[in-house]
Design a protein. Sequence first.
Length: 154
Amino acid sequence: MSRVQLALNVADLDGAVEFYSKLFGTEPAKRRPGYANFALADPPLKLVLIENPASRGSGVAGALNHLGVEVATTEEVQVAARRLEGEGLQPEVQESTTCCYAVQDKAWVSDPDGTPWEVYTVLADAPAATSLGGSTAGDDTAVGVVCGTAGSCC
């Protein structure tokens, strides 16, 4: 089995574990002092959390712009948004938003350190002239995401 691994520095391991447990609907596969990991089948992902408050900035400090889970349909985005809302995470839902040369439906939440996560589906390609920083039905900058040369949103 192949899966992506993301290793993140977190300022507060307990707060991060609480957030990611809600985001993915499961508890960590392993938890040790200063360390936790989630081994997820759907989406296939190994998420490693390392408590390192001295290195962890706020939001997307460093190279990380944001993280996301691509799903196949708008219905899956809606189901995820309802589940996240039920967990008290207050997702920001965007419908038919244009970013990074694609029209997308998405739901955004941010972890306790301010790292933005999106659950999204691509509805269609957008014209090459699409503004990377703009949006037709939402504003990606509201959750701290900068499209284009500083990062990406999809």
